[in-house]
Design a protein around this ligand. Structure first.
Ligand SMILES: Cc1cc2nc3c(=O)[nH]c(=O)nc-3n(C[C@H](O)[C@H](O)[C@H](O)COP(=O)(O)OP(=O)(O)OC[C@H]3O[C@@H](n4cnc5c(N)ncnc54)[C@H](O)[C@@H]3O)c2cc1C
Length: 463
């Protein structure tokens, strides 16, 4: 690191000794995220207050030291990877939660609060921050907002950015921005809260947020179905939209995904075998679901189905869906794509994907948020293929995939973000003019390009 001794003496004045890590083995857990891309930070700081975050950023700005903001490190696109000797600013020690404000249905939390702990805190007041994802036991609010996380209930509630009233964030030069605090309505120009949400730590470090809450849905049931093919999956979705309930989640996965979860994590599905796809539907009942379900089971749309009433039964079905990412990671080398497109085009798009992968040395594990038009494509190396052949075929497929998305009005990232992994493909989802504006915005916040460098944007503005 340039100016290492000046950084260390400055940081020691700002932080307590236990908040500054410099030994490689201490820093290693903070070097990367779920992608396991290699990282080698020069130091890791674990601030406990916003004032400490501000002082550290100011110190790094003055010494021209690059900084990587980091949370629970469950990111799937390399956004929190520190691969060039950066200083990692990890927020995990800033976990305070204020009492829930029941009247305004809001809660103020620090950025390092784990998503699940926020859920548990709000549940005591009968309220919910409605962002729910399989990584919720480790992901943090700062990471959720920086990636504008989606999750399994987007079909009902939308993405993270809808559930934020105000933010506190620190810019690279150490300025603390208090944006909107707890005001619901504020039509006074550009919305910096929304600009910082989804910026993947490239504009400012989020230190606190005022989150908007909803009442916990009542009469929640989980339905689990098996279907023969993709057209049946789409039919089931269309019928579900007309059912006597509100759909909270409509998740799908292929037989291969179920097999991986059963084999690697020893979880069991109670449905009969032999289907191509499975659907987990979470619903808030508003009428006679039993009648609706019996009619459906008599039709040819689904092969088999069950209604999980008890909370244990519901957890068992969810455990199948939530175990997919982990079980695929245990299967072999994997490339992941979280793409999105209008749900009405899912059928033809997925058909083309299956067709173009047919003769490649790739095993496709298909799952995701069908109801949001947001499938996750996981390309796993077959046991009998060499790594080189598999990588070559993945590159071929990737190019085809992004062209297909462009033709279908889709996006190269639905919810995981751009990070390192998608930045070279950004032109498939954003125009030249949009990208030029992105570079100008980045320059306005961080003129020296020190905050999370090399993430989201390339080095230069497109000409
Ligand atoms: C099993 C599994 C399931 C997942 N399911 C979903 C899903 O359904 N939907 C979904 O959207 N994602 C999903 N993810 C991806 C991941 O959990 C989300 O992107 C999550 O929001 C990341 O939060 P984090 O705290 O782990 O952030 P990190 O991985 O630590 O960081 C993510 C990005 O945010 C930046 N960042 C972190 N904290 C701050 C801060 N305080 N201020 C500024 N920038 C910051 C980092 O620099 C990085 O760019 C899943 C991941 C796993 C492993």
């Amino acid at each position: 690191m340039k100016n290492e001794s000046l950084f260390l003496s400055g940081a020691k004045e700002i932080l307590s000794p236990d908040s500054l890590l410099t030994e490689p083995e201490e820093c290693a857990p903070f070097a990367s995220d779920w992608t396991r891309l290699p990282g080698n930070p020069s130091a890791v700081v674990l601030p406990k207050t916003t004032a400490q975050v501000a002082s550290i950023l100011k110190l790094c700005q003055n010494l021209k030291i690059p900084v990587v903001p980091s949370g629970g490190r469950t990111g799937l696109c390399g956004g929190a990877v520190a691969s060039k000797g950066e200083v990692v600013v990890n927020l995990s020690r800033m976990t305070q939660l204020t009492p829930v404000n029941v009247a305004s249905r809001t809660v103020r939390v620090q950025a390092g609060a784990v998503t699940q702990s926020v859920h548990e805190h709000c549940a005591k007041a009968g309220l919910l921050w409605p962002i729910d994802l399989a990584a919720k036991g480790s992901s943090e609010i700062g990471g959720n907002l920086s990636t504008n996380a989606g999750g399994v209930r987007v079909i009902r509630y939308g993405m993270s950015r809808r559930w934020v009233v105000g933010l506190q964030a620190v810019t690279m030069n150490g300025e603390i921005l208090e944006l909107n605090e707890a005001v619901e309505k504020n039509n006074t120009g550009y919305d910096l809260v929304q600009l910082i949400i989804g910026s993947e730590g490239t504009l400012a470090v989020i230190t606190e947020a005022t989150l908007k809450l909803v009442p916990i849905p009542k009469n929640v049931s989980v339905l689990f179905f098996s279907v023969d093919d993709l057209p049946s999956l789409l039919k089931l979705f269309e019928i579900a939209r007309k059912g006597p309930f509100e759909v909270l989640a409509f998740e799908f996965f292929s037989a291969k995904c179920l097999q991986a979860v059963e084999e690697k994590l020893h979880r069991r599905s109670r449905l009969s075998r032999g289907a191509e796809y499975y659907v987990l539907m979470e619903i808030e009942e508003q009428g006679r679901v039993d009648d609706w379900l019996s009619q459906l089971l008599e039709s040819t749309i689904v092969q088999d189905g069950l209604l999980a009433h008890s909370s244990q039964e519901q957890r068992d079905v969810w455990a199948l869906r939530e175990g997919i990412t982990e079980s695929i990671a245990l299967t072999g080398p994997v490339r992941k794509y979280d793409v999105s497109l209008p749900v009405t085009r899912m059928l033809s798009f997925l058909g083309e994907v299956l067709e173009s992968i047919r003769n490649l040395r790739i095993e496709l594990f298909l799952f995701g948020h069908f109801g949001d038009g947001s499938p996750h494509l996981n390309l796993v190396k077959p046991a009998n293929a060499s790594l080189e052949d598999y990588e070559k075929d993945c590159d071929r497929f990737e190019e085809k995939l992004f062209h297909l998305l462009k033709e279908n009005g889709g996006s190269i990232s639905a919810e995981h973000g751009v990070g390192i992994l998608r930045k070279n493909w950004l032109t498939f989802s954003r125009s030249k003019t949009e990208l030029a504006l992105y570079h100008a915005i980045k320059k306005a916040f961080d003129p020296d390009g020190l905050l999370n460098p090399g993430k989201v944007l390339g080095q230069r503005s497109p000409g």
